[in-house]
Write a protein that binds this ligand. Structure first.
Ligand SMILES: [Zn+2]
Length: 198
């Protein structure tokens, strides 16, 4: 039986995605055995992120600076904007630098079932970014789920009036496919073969 502190740590870890009770116990054991090499660097990294965690006021990305590193990067193509449902999708697309432009995180998808309405998503801020000018193309990179596609159609209609190219990821995406779970090759292909919204 471990002490309450170690038990609390084990339970906190076991609630993380990809962890279960068994892998959490193994991780804790590793941390307490490797205090200098593993535990202290982890505590420092967690503290640094925890203290500076911020949501980007431009795109909705989560980072430790605002604007986030992507919005602040002058090498990014400011004329191309990729709209995603969640931060996880942004990170998936950006992991391999698949998209040279900037992003806009909606914070979810429209869902009648879950009662998510357009005003619950960052659609107004998206319209304001497009209205401000300087954007040539908006890529709608919603998940290939019914709700994702409904959201893409809704946004396509809202931005129809702007003189910009509106594209969406190619449907090489598996139906029901969530971007976060796709490998980089599939994502790259879906992005390369993106097509105008019908
Ligand atoms: Zn940003």
């Amino acid at each position: 039986m471990a002490s309450p502190e170690i038990e609390t740590l084990t339970q906190a870890l076991s609630r993380l995605p990809g962890f279960g009770p068994r892998s959490a116990r193994r991780a804790v054991l590793h941390l307490v055995k490797k205090r200098e090499a593993a535990l202290i660097p982890l505590v420092d990294a967690l503290t640094a992120v925890q203290e500076r965690l911020a949501t980007c006021s431009i795109c909705g990305n989560v980072d430790t600076i605002d604007p986030c590193a992507i919005c602040a990067d002058p090498r990014r193509d400011a004329r191309a904007l990729c709209v995603v449902e969640d931060v996880a999708d942004l990170w998936a697309l950006d992991r391999a630098r698949l998209f040279p432009g900037r992003y806009h995180v909606l914070g979810g998808r429209l869902s009648a079932l879950e009662g998510v309405r357009p005003e619950d998503l960052a659609i107004d801020t998206l319209l304001r970014r497009i209205e401000a000018g300087g954007i040539d193309e908006v890529v709608l990179a919603m998940n290939a789920t019914l709700e994702g596609q409904t959201t893409a159609h809704y946004i396509a209609e809202r931005i129809e009036r702007f003189p910009i190219r509106v594209t969406q990821l190619a449907h090489g995406l598996p139906v029901g496919g969530e971007l976060d779970y796709l490998d980089e090759g599939t994502l790259a292909q879906a992005l390369r073969a993106r097509r105008p919204v019908a």
